[in-house]
Design a protein around this ligand. Sequence first.
Ligand code: NAD
Length: 500
Amino acid sequence: MNHSAIAALHPSEKTAQNYINGAWCTPTTDTYLDIINPATTTALGKVPLSSGAEVDRAAQAASVAFAAWRRTPATERVQYLFKLKALLEDQFEDLAQTITLECGKTLAESKGELRRAIENVEVACGIPMMMQGYNSEDIARGIDEHMIRQPLGVVAIITPFNFPGMIPFWFLPYAIACGNTCIVKPSERVPLTLQKVFCLLHQIDLPKGVVNLVNGAKTAVDALLDHPAIRAVSFVGSSAIAQYVYSRAAANGKRSQCQGGAKNPVIVLPDADMVMTTRIMADSAFGCAGQRCLAASIAITVGTAKEPFTAAIADAAAARTVGYGLDPTIQMGPVITAQSKTRIEGMIHHATTEGATVLVDGRHPTISGYEQGYFVRPTILQNVVPTGSIAKTEIFGPVLSLIHVDSIDDAIALVNQSQYGNMASLFTTSGGAARQFRYEAEAGNIGINIGVAAPMAFFPFSGWKASFFGDLHGQGAHAIEFFTQTKVIVERWHGWARQF
Ligand code: NAD
């Protein structure tokens, strides 16, 4: 289907709509925000900030739909996902462009995140087997015991701005494949990608109410957290909000998995392949303009790695091409808002007040043709104080801090002092060092000679510490555990047992 055909399915390209009970609808609100292209600063449309009443309508529709959806065999439920996968492939280019338009990242990065989204759909297609329980025959004479998995009911999915195409797919395919119905609340800064995704969901003819979309911000989130029909909440965003969502969901008796922020340290040992390390580190720190929860944000050089790495990463930072994400020659787009740009530039200045020096300064760049855009060029901070606020605070921009230590033990101690534990990586050619690191590092996603250790869809996305609130992570086997409840049946049939 081409772009205009998709647009025809949707009532307005300019104003984001909600999708409730199988139909697009205009929410009852007077509050709208502009959706801004962060490179050009032109308005792409408006997004409504839905009220609790909209959430209630979606929750009621999802509750009604659950009764029949949970009785639909898993083998039938996945047929919808096969159709969705085909449509996502068909609309790949258009969806990727939409991500770039509203989020700013390069088209190649948008395609990368979309590929990850589709991988989750593919994995969820295995639900008929992944949802199986287990049993034991003759736990006592003539008595058998079974564990089966059943869906929870209505689940809510609340997502951040930085991966509008991928993060909803960490949850939605598993939730519905397991027999749940769901309500998705995307980031109010990037609602357009899901408008298109929901056009595709509409096309695959899911029963009404199985998937619902409510646009909005805090009011909608609070209504989701308080709604009695909603059994579980999947959240991704900053740590402060993740912790808030986790607490409020728990207080209301809901299961939740809340992925938070990060400050990812990467250790560079003297024996690392410096050419490869620098290339990968530059991609990790500056890819997606550093707005990635798995971005490298601190490089810890050990011993003689300091000089060669510092020189090479400074060159790589300065050489990175920055501009409009739709331009295939550029390597890095803008940050999401004017406020983000101001905050990031302010943090770079603050670093200098803590004793750091700005080795490569990306503040206030002029990007030809996009002078008003929210751009910050790659920035390298040197001599960052390990105990200072810059070493501890998530910047969420293209800023890499350099810290130097004398030993791998000191480097791992620095990694482990972080309040976060989303990702930690090590660059080395030593197997022993790699083993020590993966054994001792206090982070849930570990990279060895990898800059962005993003788990594939069939592994859980395993943030630790303040990067995650909950027990069961997104993706993989954890997703099946999260979106189902176990039921154990102990069974005796008297007539049959008497024969023995
Ligand atoms: P955010 O916390 O501002 O927003 C996330 C979601 O929460 C949005 O849907 C937003 O509408 C909602 N929200 C915002 N403020 C709220 C409030 N006061 N009450 C209730 N709901 C509220 O995050 P963001 O700026 O959109 O995304 C960036 C953050 O997300 C970074 O911290 C990044 O590290 C994190 N992130 C984490 C992961 C991960 O897997 N751990 C992945 C991507 C992004």
